[in-house]
Design a protein around this ligand. Structure first.
Ligand code: AMP
Length: 397
């Protein structure tokens, strides 16, 4: 049970509620190309709206680095939100975010009205979590709700600072769902618990590997990061991704796996190529015997079978990071095999956001998983066992 207040604990009728959303959606020529992040926060907005709150929404978009950048304005989001909600979302177009437009719009709000503020990162104080901007944001509202899981690993004014200057704070439904799924999977898993890590670099996932070795029955490592482990085992990896300064660490992790009685599975065969592109000659070789001039871009068939078998008996599976360069069809088979194995079992299956979420959706397995996290960086920090500042700052029940 979540210790934090949720929107279900709030009395919001007639109150001004500031909701931190993650509207950091991809834009092309002012058109939103993927609106998943907007639809993900609709349940919270609809609930607060139904309960008669005066809703003030805020979010960042991209990295304007503390300056107004018209191409990173949230105006297109206000327009799309109005369509999705069937109600006008008033856009407070202030370059300083909490300016005259925002203040006037909020002063004139009736119950059920919705205002969207401009990109919070137009203000340089935002990413430094400075008190001045936190206070300005808080001055607009009585209650603060954080539903931006994707930025909850950042201590910014609109995720952390603001909570100190409102009388009440809570997490939204998206945040609640993310914390419950990820938290239960990692801290109260049904066993066997299998974690799968991939992606390009060991260095990005050092703390994740270390933390998960304390929790899992089986840890599967694939993707570019596996070659550092192959070298740690004395193998040759040709031109494959390799972090020489992490070889010692890989050895330590292999020793830790033995000490903790964790079944650590590493690739035994690798699909190699001479050029980093899809349409090129490729072949499969043993993982520790990659010739000079060749690089591994995917796990081989034997490894795909081995990994799928390890997943088959799991009751909880957490996956972060693709098994190969899935963006190239010829090297997507390993990532696909893992997604298929997870889709085939009766278990809690969780995808940590970012590239693995993109891969699962792109390969058509999206609706087969128990939960696909909306936050790449945030879900990784969760898997490291860290407390997310944006969650920690919210009031307890
Ligand atoms: P990450 O952001 O660390 O999760 O890494 C995701 C990226 O890793 C994807 O863009 C993949 O193409 C890439 N990747 C996975 N396996 C390999 C590999 N064997 N060689 C190069 N890149 C890889």
């Amino acid at each position: 049970m979540l210790q934090k207040k949720t929107v279900d604990d709030l009395q919001v009728k007639g109150k001004k509620v500031l909701v931190r959303c993650d509207f950091n959606v991809p834009l092309q020529d002012g058109v939103i190309t993927d609106e998943n992040r907007i639809t993900a926060v609709l349940p919270t907005i609809e609930k607060l709206h139904k309960d008669g709150a005066k809703l003030i929404l805020c979010s960042h978009m991209g990295k304007p680095k503390g300056e107004p950048k018209p191409e990173l304005s949230l105006a297109p989001v206000a327009k799309r939100l109005s369509e999705l909600l069937g109600q006008e979302v008033i856009f407070a177009k202030d370059d300083n975010v909490v300016g005259e437009n925002a203040k006037n719009a909020v002063a004139n709000m009736k119950d059920g009205d919705i205002v969207l503020l401009e990109n919070t990162r137009y203000r340089k104080e935002e990413t430094k979590n400075e008190e001045s901007f936190s206070k300005e944001l808080a001055s607009l509202a009585d209650i603060f709700v954080n539903d931006a899981f994707g930025t909850s690993h950042r201590a910014h004014c609109s995720t952390v600072g603001v909570t100190q200057f409102v009388s009440e704070s809570a997490v939204g439904y998206l945040m609640q769902k993310e914390i419950e799924f990820l938290g239960n999977a990692v801290n109260h898993p049904e066993h066997p618990f299998v974690a799968i890590l991939g992606g390009s670099k060991v260095s990005d996932k050092i703390n994740v590997i270390n933390h998960l070795l304390d929790k899992v029955d089986t840890l599967i490592i694939g993707g570019g990061m596996a070659y550092t482990f192959a070298v740690a085992k004395g193998g040759r990896v040709g031109e494959s991704l390799l972090e020489l300064d992490k070889v010692e660490y890989a050895k330590e992790m292999m020793e830790k796996a033995v000490a903790k009685n964790v079944n650590l599975l590493l690739p035994v065969d690798t699909v190699v190529t001479r050029e980093f592109k899809n349409d090129t000659e490729y072949q499969t070789v043993p993982t520790g015997e990659i010739p000079d001039g060749w690089m591994g871009l995917d796990i081989g068939e034997k490894t795909r079978k081995m990994f799928a078998e390890a997943i088959r008996d799991a009751k909880t599976v957490v996956w972060n990071g693709p098994m190969g360069v899935f963006e190239f069809e010829n090297f997507a088979k390993g990532t696909k095999a893992v997604a298929q194995a997870m889709a085939d079992i009766q278990a809690t299956t969780i995808i940590g956001g970012g590239d693995s979420a993109a891969a699962v959706n792109q390969l058509g397995y999206g609706d087969k998983m128990t939960h696909i996290s909306t936050g790449g960086g945030a879900s990784l920090e969760f898997l490291e066992g860290k407390e997310l500042p944006g969650v920690a700052a919210v009031q307890d029940r």
